[in-house]
Design a protein around this ligand. Structure first.
Ligand SMILES: [Fe+2]
Length: 361
């Protein structure tokens, strides 16, 4: 496996205020390439946002999967909108200047503001945060896919058409066929509005996308789906509701080993505050939920195992609160696991077990 390189960029070489940035080139695509993703959503620019960013940066991750709602500039008017986008850009520069952040758009990026003659949705977001959408044959920067290390990441737009025959639907149908789990075992999907969440805030807003795409997510055995939007943390069990078809079938989600884990990380810390009211009793599909600011971390170890944890900010330091070992949906099954070298699992599991014992001390 080729080693990644450190490259530097100097912003201007002819004046004293020139600044030097650097970044690590990504590792070669390989099924066992380890990689550390941070997951951040609904960040905004408050003291809580700063804690989230600082705790994320302490983790030493390689890249951020950002699940939408960046600057919250749409809460301002006229010139202040652009000023807020600028301040947010400067705020996150401490990380974004040195490593990739993969963007997905939230409702606060729409900025449809006819009262100030702004009628082109997503104008500021698209102008300031370009995405590599052409590389995955997407026709729109709001939905695209990238391959990184051992992961294939699909970014969807909750606020663009996605029903059958629309460009996003057609693109996703083709993109899922291209996923090669032999080369990129980890299949991760990002969106803004969560499909499974039990908070009173924004409840059911992801239901239309669930109806459009859930069957594919199960069919292609997506490992994990990250969303934001709800300003609280929640993780689901592996469940699906694909047998429900309005006129027949069980209308409740049921345990489904082929289904993704759904994780909501909309708790970056923006000025709207936390969504503190959950539906009671906690639904069976909800594994863990807590209204605290924080971020998540997905540490891919190899093709079969990844460590996941959610860190909440409240404790004044980076504290892993919800943690589990994610088994790959393609390589984790008995059939393929048997094909692996017999020492592979021992080599894999031992360091993970050691780390968890250390963390829990
Ligand atoms: Fe949102």
């Amino acid at each position: 496996m080729a080693l990644s390189m450190l490259l530097s960029i100097i912003t201007s070489s002819c004046d004293e205020s020139s600044r030097e940035f650097w970044f690590q080139t990504p590792p070669e695509i390989h099924p066992d390439a380890p990689y550390k993703f941070g997951i951040i959503g609904d960040l905004g620019q408050t003291y809580n946002s700063l804690s989230t960013l600082q705790h994320y940066m302490q983790s030493g991750a390689d890249a951020v999967l950002f699940v939408g709602d960046l600057s919250y500039s749409d809460r301002y008017q006229y010139n202040d909108v652009g000023i807020r986008w600028d301040t947010w850009g400067r705020f996150v520069e401490q990380s974004t200047a040195y490593q990739p952040w993969m963007w997905s758009a939230g409702n606060h990026e729409i900025e449809f503001m006819p009262y100030m003659d702004e009628v082109v949705p997503f104008r500021n977001f698209l102008h300031r945060y370009p995405t590599p959408y052409l590389a995955s044959k997407s026709t729109n920067p709001l939905w695209y896919a990238i391959k990184r290390a051992s992961a294939h990441i699909i970014v969807l737009s909750s606020y663009s058409p996605f029903v059958k025959y629309t460009p996003q639907w057609t693109w996703l149908e083709e993109e899922l066929k291209k996923v090669d789990r032999e080369k990129t075992p980890w299949l991760i999907v990002l969106m803004h509005a969560p499909i499974y969440n039990s908070n009173e805030a924004h409840f059911m807003e992801g239901e239309s996308m669930r109806a459009a795409f859930e069957t594919w997510f199960v069919q292609y055995r997506v490992d994990v789906i990250f969303a934001g939007h709800v300003h609280a943390y929640e993780r689901s069990y592996r469940i699906s509701n694909i047998q429900y078809n309005v006129t027949s079938g069980d209308r409740y989600p049921i345990p489904d080993k082929s289904a993704p884990v759904y994780i909501t990380v909309g708790d970056g810390g923006n000025q709207e505050g936390l969504a503190g009211r959950f539906l009671e009793p906690q639904p069976d599909y909800s594994a863990f939920r807590e209204a605290s600011y924080g971020h998540s971390m997905l540490e891919i170890k190899n093709r079969t195992h990844a460590l996941y944890h959610w860190n909440r900010n409240d404790d004044g330091k980076k504290v892993p609160t919800d943690a589990f070992v994610l088994h790959n949906q393609y390589w984790g099954g008995n059939l393929r696991r048997r094909k692996l070298n017999k020492h592979h699992l021992r080599r894999t599991i031992q360091p993970i077990t050691d780390k968890f014992l250390l963390d829990s001390e």
